[in-house]
Write a new protein. Structure first.
Length: 202
């Protein structure tokens, strides 16, 4: 995963404040939607030359939106999957724009689909180096097997997410259903690491 767009975090001298503040960057939102009706994907492909539809390889048609940048997978059942946006609002906007464009070209869609977020992936800079072996022994529901994977895998229950934590302080959060879940889980993790002395600074 590319972390080049993350910025360095400032340090705080006072012990009354956290030593660092995590930098959170949402990189992908996966959302589903349904039109509750059958759709003719061949007709959609004919109306939109840019749509990719090869049923021998994949059962869905790929409908791309430029602004916000997103890919909408459309299935003949009327179900849709939106990927590639950076927020919940952008995912909803992308689905809405796709439906509007389909309608303009004569694809009849009776009802506006209800969008539901299924997974949010975020990259994080925790602001310090992590003692992974000690963290694996200290944090519940954690697994660290460096021979197989360089990061610690921590499964959080509330909210229900998976956090991949690396020695450098970089982290990946996956499985969140909302942006609030991402921020809540990362701040919880950051607090636990600092309270238990599992981070180094400088």
């Amino acid at each position: 995963m590319n972390y080049s767009n993350l910025f360095k975090c400032g340090l705080y001298n006072t012990k009354l404040l956290p030593y660092t503040k995590p930098i959170i960057n949402i990189v992908n939102v996966v959302a589903t939607a349904s039109t509750n009706q059958k759709l003719d994907l061949y007709k959609i492909q004919k109306k939109f030359p840019h749509v990719e539809y090869n049923p021998e390889q994949f059962p869905g048609a790929v409908f791309r939106i430029k602004i916000p940048k997103a890919s909408i997978l459309i299935f003949r059942t009327g179900n849709m999957v939106c990927t590639g946006t950076k927020s919940e609002d952008m995912a909803k906007k992308a689905v809405k724009l796709a439906v509007q464009q389909l309608r303009k070209k004569g694809i009849k869609i009776k009802k506006a689909p209800v969008v539901a977020v299924q997974n949010i992936v975020a990259s994080i800079n925790l602001g310090g180096r992590i003692h992974l072996e000690q963290a694996a022994r200290t944090l519940p529901r954690s697994m660290y097997e460096p021979e197989q994977f360089p990061g610690l895998i921590h499964r959080m229950i509330h909210p229900k997410v998976v956090l991949l934590i690396f020695f450098t302080g970089k982290c990946v959060c996956a499985g969140a259903k909302s942006e609030n879940d991402v921020f809540h889980s990362v701040n919880n993790l950051h607090s636990m690491l600092e309270e238990k002395g599992l981070m180094d600074y400088g």
